[in-house]
Design a protein around this ligand. Structure first.
Ligand SMILES: [Zn+2]
Length: 278
């Protein structure tokens, strides 16, 4: 028999949780929201703080990434020439990008078409990439682009929030033990970092300004990228994996050069020692 409630008596429907339960749910919601906000703002905060990680900390990371490339590289006239070219760009770097830095090229006599900037201030250049170069200016643009990744600390940003936070704490505390742990878990990430489109644009702009400072013009700056962007998708070029080249990127670069009013000039020939035998 149904129980009859006297008129005016409130009843709780089955679907409405009692007030205590509702408050608990609300509290839980707030708590989860709070955690999400902290996590998101931590990401942008860490991103801002990346610029304050001293180059010495980056070089400590390099101690774990550099040796494996050093083993493949060969001291050679080609490597010396590449370092001389890099030096010419370096003198145009802003003062704060030069202090405490020791940029060097590691030349690898291998047909891989790639150039990588790795922590420890090393630019890895493969003969395969040099074989694709038709002028010194194109090569200088690629090297300037790599210096742009260093300047923007792109590798450190690529480590991910967790590792980056550890790196920040370690650099404040000066704890070499945890630096080693970070480098070990992030070693592949930092050596083969894939950058975002925005990071590529910014590195391009950086390279462009170095090119202008060196030659007084930006002739040849888009040649190599243009050639790569026209290759069929089936061709495997490691350079495209680490530095994706789209026609959009080429257009942007061209526009940038035009906007800055940089006049076209004469391209310099690629030094003979860098030309492949094939
Ligand atoms: Zn790049």
């Amino acid at each position: 028999m149904p129980i009859e409630l006297p008129p005016g008596t409130a009843s709780y429907s089955d679907r409405t949780p009692p007030p205590q339960k509702r408050q608990l749910l609300l509290l839980l919601g707030f708590f989860l929201g709070f955690i999400a906000v902290i996590f998101l703002s931590l990401g942008s905060l860490v991103n801002l703080l990346v610029d304050f990680i001293p180059p010495s900390v980056e070089q400590q990371l390099g101690r774990l990434t550099v040796p494996s490339f050093e083993r493949m590289s060969r001291p050679s006239p080609a490597q010396d020439t590449l370092n001389q070219l890099l030096d010419r760009l370096e003198v145009h770097l802003p003062e704060d990008q030069r202090t405490g830095r020791d940029y060097q090229v590691l030349y690898i006599p291998d047909n891989t078409v790639n150039a990588i900037a790795i922590p420890g201030d090393r630019v890895i250049l493969y003969q395969g990439l040099l074989n694709q170069m038709e002028s010194e200016n194109e090569l200088m643009m690629v090297m300037g682009h790599e210096l742009g990744h260093f300047a923007n600390r792109d590798h450190l940003r690529q480590l991910g929030r967790g590792l980056l936070l550890q790196l920040l704490i370690a650099s404040v505390l000066g704890d070499p033990g945890s630096l080693q742990a970070i480098a070990l878990s992030g070693v592949n990430t930092v050596a083969n970092a894939q950058f975002s489109q925005q990071q590529e644009y910014e590195a391009d702009e950086f390279g462009l300004s170095l090119l202008r400072a060196n030659y007084g013009h930006v002739a040849g700056s888009t040649d190599f990228f243009e050639r790569l962007s026209k290759l069929p998708g089936t061709v495997e070029i490691p350079f495209l994996g680490t530095h994706p080249v789209s026609s959009d990127r080429v257009n942007r670069l061209k526009q940038e050069a035009k906007m800055l009013g940089m006049k076209e000039g004469v391209r310099s020939p690629l030094p003979a020692v860098l030309k492949g035998k094939g």
